[in-house]
Design a protein around this ligand. Structure first.
Ligand code: SF4
Length: 137
C-alpha cells in the first residue's frame, strides 16, 4: 500500500493506539440518535469499534459502523476526549476505511459521486506542496 491509502492507515493507527475506548466522544456526539443501535449500546461499543477499525482489527461492531457513517464532522468529540486526541480526524480516517478507501471491503454503501476525487484534488492543489502533490495525488 502506498500514497494516500498508506497515510490514512498509518495516521489512523497512530491515533487509535492512544485511544482507551472510554466512549466520551460517543457520549458527546450529536449524531448518535441517527446511528442505529448506538444510543442503546454502551458508548464503549462504538468507540471500541472505531478504534478497532483504525487498527485493522476484526470484530468491528455494527454500532461503530453506524456511528462512523452518521458522522457530520461536528467535532464536538474533540473537546470531550480525555486523551486530547483529534477524534474528528480519527472519525474521518475511520470513514475512509469503512468505505473501502484502503482496499478493504466497504462496510456500508455510499452514493456514487464520480466528481468527488477531482474536487478533492482541486482543493488539495491549493494547500499541498509540489512534493506532497506528487506523492499523494
Ligand atoms: S474520547 Fe478519546 S480516548 Fe475516549 S474513546 Fe473517544 S477517542 Fe478514544
Amino acid at each position: 500500500m502506498t500514497g494516500l491509502a498508506a497515510r490514512i492507515t498509518a495516521e489512523g493507527a497512530r491515533l487509535a493506539a492512544a485511544c482507551t475506548a472510554c466512549g466520551a466522544c460517543v457520549t458527546a456526539c450529536p449524531m448518535t440518535p441517527f446511528a442505529p443501535g448506538v444510543d442503546a449500546a454502551e458508548p464503549r461499543v462504538a468507540a471500541g469499534g472505531m478504534r478497532a477499525l483504525l487498527l485493522g482489527e476484526g470484530g468491528v461492531a455494527a454500532e461503530a459502523v453506524a456511528w462512523i457513517a452518521a458522522c457530520t464532522r461536528s467535532a464536538q468529540c474533540n473537546a470531550a476526549c480525555p486523551e486530547a486526541l483529534d477524534v474528528a480526524l480519527m472519525m474521518r480516517f475511520a470513514g475512509m476505511r469503512a468505505r473501502g478507501a484502503t482496499g478493504e471491503a466497504p462496510r456500508y454503501a455510499t452514493r456514487p459521486d464520480p466528481g468527488w476525487s477531482s474536487r478533492v484534488k482541486a482543493f488539495a492543489r491549493v494547500t499541498l506542496t509540489e512534493e506532497e502533490q506528487a506523492a499523494w495525488l
